[in-house]
Each structure stands twice: as structure tokens, then as C-alpha cells.
Design a protein around this ligand. Structure first.
Ligand code: TXA
Ligand code: MG
Length: 350
């Protein structure tokens, strides 16, 4: 069987989940099934990381290419040696500071986990999530749980159970509905398997917080910081993409605003349905025929709302004009997701 015919939706208390429900979900995991569950970042699509057949069902359900490895979720740092080896002291220092939480470490793998999880590479991505439902589920199952975001490949990540069902109903056995996720963008991925710690994906732990522990860290996706030039091979893969055209505008705030207002008017005149999104104040953007949505009053709130807004706007607009956020704090992760949603289309406004 590749797809589940029926998906059971189970409401669950996000702060004190009922152990009986966690056992029920753990039972599905241990019988080789798929359970979508909330984490503090986004919903994950979980399977037993030690069961190759179960893990291959994740790829089928998401229509995800088999060469894109999955993150392994653990209940606590004590289980780390089961999935990783040659673990550097730095990994333990980071775990001490940031786990449970939205930091994923890439380490050398052991032979225990399925080759499907790691796409047959010699490294494994691993994190201990902070959400009580995620932690309770992993603990009840007693196995590491491989879980990518619970969206179909190239769709925006899900931050509610409704988003999961929109993409995966009939393709997963169970969805634990613990409400909206708190952080809203995925974990920060830090590669510790090479000589220099390298951020592969900015996310829920801001770069500034990592730099407080790590004096040297490199960012792989320099294209993000430089405003979209020369992306590294493989990073232009379409990700987090809503079904509509997205354009990212960066530059001085006042100039960006003027530029977006006149671009939006141009789209309206051409019979299109533009939407404009930004972090912070939306005043001044309003005009006939243009949907205007503030993502939130700061980067933290904007991150929490981003994917829900993208999913909502794709049914109501046919082009989304984005005023690029700052790149500090969670703004860097926000920039990265918007840049990918825009498929690298950045307009530099002088
Ligand atoms: O917040 C999150 O990280 C969420 C929740 C569910 O935990 N998960 C998530 O998984 O975002 P996913 O599969 O959507 O993104 C995982 C990323 C992929 O881009 C994958 O290429 C990368 O992690 N990855 C996984 N294993 C890796 C490895 N061994 N080396 C480098 N990158 C890896
Ligand atoms: Mg994903």
C-alpha cells in the first residue's frame, strides 16, 4: 500500500496532550504508518526512521524526490548516538543551548537509520523538537521519527492541520491537530560535518543566537544576503511556492513602497489581481483592486503568519508583490522563504 485510503484527524491539546492519543499515534508509527503532527516550527509528516518501507511512504505521499534527505526527530539528546557518530563537542554545546528547539544539526550518520532518510549520504540531519505533541509522540513510539514538513513537494509548509489535509488528505494515516504552530518557519539547519560550521537553511533559531555560541559560521545561501544573485547550485530548486507569481522588492523602504504601489496599479490596469504583503505598517499601500496584507508587526509575527498568508492569497490573487523584510533575527528566514517563493525573482529598487 502506498497511500492511506482514510486519514484520521485527531484534535489534541498542544500543551498537555492526552497520553492515550499519543499512544494511538505511536501505534500507527510502529506499524509502519504515517502521522502528521505539530512541531513548534511547522507540521511534520512522521514515520519510523528505522523502517525503510515506512520512510519510503513519506516520499510517495509528498511526491518528494528520493535524493532530498529527511530530518530525524529525537525525544532527547541522549538518543543522538543512535543516529549520529563522531559527534563533536560543539554539537553537544549547541544541543545544550538550543534543544529542545528549532535547530537541526547535520552530523555523521550511523548505520541504524534507513538509507532512505539520508538519501544514502554519510550524514544525517537531526533535531529535538520543543512541541509537547512532537516530543510526546517520539517518546511514546520509542524510535527516532523521520519527518519532513507535511506539505506536498514545492508547496508552502503547513502551519495548521487544515494545511496538512489540503495537501495530504487520503495520503497519510493520521493527523494530530494541535492548532497553529508557534514559529511558522522551519528549523535552522547547521552543518557540523565539515571543517567550518555552515548554515544550510536559516530558520527558527536566528543567526545572531548561533553567533553567540559559535564565533565562526558560514551561510551557504549567500544569494539570500546578497539579494538574489548567483544562487549556489541546487538552492534554486523551487520551494515554498504558492501557485501564483511572487515578486520580491528590496531597497530603501520609501522607494520600495512607491515602486510597489505603481507596479500594483499597473497590474490592476492589465486586468490582474495583485496582492501586496509586507512586515509592519500597511498604510499607504491601499488602492482600488489591490489586496494589502501585513504579515505582522515584526519579523517574528510575520514568520508565524507567512505560510498561512501565502496559502490564502493564492486563491484570491494572481500575483503577490512583497516588500522584502529586514535580514535580522527571524527576518533572515523570512527573506529566504520569500526569495524561494519568488523563485529568486528579486527587484532591486534604487
Ligand atoms: O522545522 C523543521 O525543520 C521541519 C519540522 C517538521 O521539523 N522539518 C522540515 O523538513 O523542514 P524538510 O524535509 O521540509 O526540510 C529538511 C531539509 C531539506 O531541505 C533537506 O535537504 C535538508 O533538510 N537535509 C536533510 N538531511 C540533510 C543532510 N544530511 N545534509 C544536508 N541537508 C539535509
Ligand atoms: Mg519542507
Amino acid at each position: 500500500m502506498i497511500y492511506s485510503a482514510d486519514t484520521t484527524l485527531i484534535p489534541i491539546d498542544p500543551s498537555t496532550p492526552d497520553p492515550a492519543l499519543l499512544w494511538r499515534a505511536a501505534d500507527v508509527i510502529l506499524s509502519g504508518g504515517l502521522v502528521a503532527f505539530p512541531t513548534e516550527t511547522v507540521y511534520g509528516l512522521g514515520a519510523n526512521a528505522l523502517d525503510s518501507e515506512a520512510v519510503s511512504r513519506i516520499f510517495a505521499a509528498k511526491e518528494r524526490p528520493a535524493n532530498d534527505p529527511l530530518i530525524v526527530h529525537l525525544a532527547s539528546v541522549e538518543s543522538l548516538p543512535l543516529v549520529a557518530q563522531d559527534i563533536p563537542p560543539l554539537a553537544y554545546a549547541l544541543a545544550e543551548r538550543f534543544w529542545p528547539g528549532p535547530l537541526t544539526l547535520v552530523l555523521r550518520r550511523t548505520a541504524h537509520i534507513s538509507d532512505h532518510v539520508t538519501a544514502a549520504q554519510d550524514t544525517v540531519a537531526v533535531r529535538v523538537p520543543a512541541h509537547e505533541v512532537a516530543r510526546g509522540l517520539i517518546a511514546a513510539a520509542g524510535v527516532p521519527i523521520a519527518a519532513p514538513s507535511a506539505n506536498r513537494f514545492s508547496r508552502p509548509s503547513p502551519t495548521t492541520a487544515a494545511h496538512v489535509l489540503a495537501d495530504l488528505a487520503g495520503r497519510v494515516d493520521m493527523v494530530l491537530d494541535g492548532g497553529s504552530t508557534r514559529i511558522g518557519v522551519e528549523s535552522t539547519i547547521l552543518d557540523l560535518s565539515g571543517d567550518v560550521p555552515t548554515v544550510l537553511r536559516p530558520g527558527g533559531i536566528p543567526l545572531e543566537a548561533l553567533l553567540a555560541v559559535l564565533p565562526h559560521v558560514e551561510l551557504r545561501s549567500l544569494a539570500v544576503l546578497e539579494g538574489g544573485s548567483a544562487p549556489a547550485p541546487g538552492t534554486l530548486q523551487k520551494h515554498y511556492s504558492p501557485a501564483v507569481h511572487v515578486l520580491l522588492y528590496s531597497g530603501m523602504p520609501h522607494s520600495v513602497r512607491q515602486y510597489i504601489i505603481s507596479s500594483a496599479a499597473g497590474y490592476v490596469a492589465a486586468g490582474r489581481r495583485p496582492a501586496v504583503i509586507m512586515v509592519g505598517d500597511s498604510s499607504g499601500y491601499e488602492q482600488a483592486g489591490v489586496l494589502v496584507v501585513s504579515l505582522g508587526h515584526d519579523e517574528t509575527h510575520a514568520s508565524a503568519n507567512l505560510f498561512a498568508v501565502l496559502r490564502d492569497l493564492e486563491t484570491r490573487a494572481d500575483v503577490i508583490l512583497v516588500s522584502a523584510p529586514s535580514q535580522t533575527g527571524l527576518g533572515l528566514a523570512l527573506w529566504d522563504r520569500l526569495w524561494r517563493a519568488a523563485d529568486g525573482r528579486v527587484v532591486r529598487v534604487e
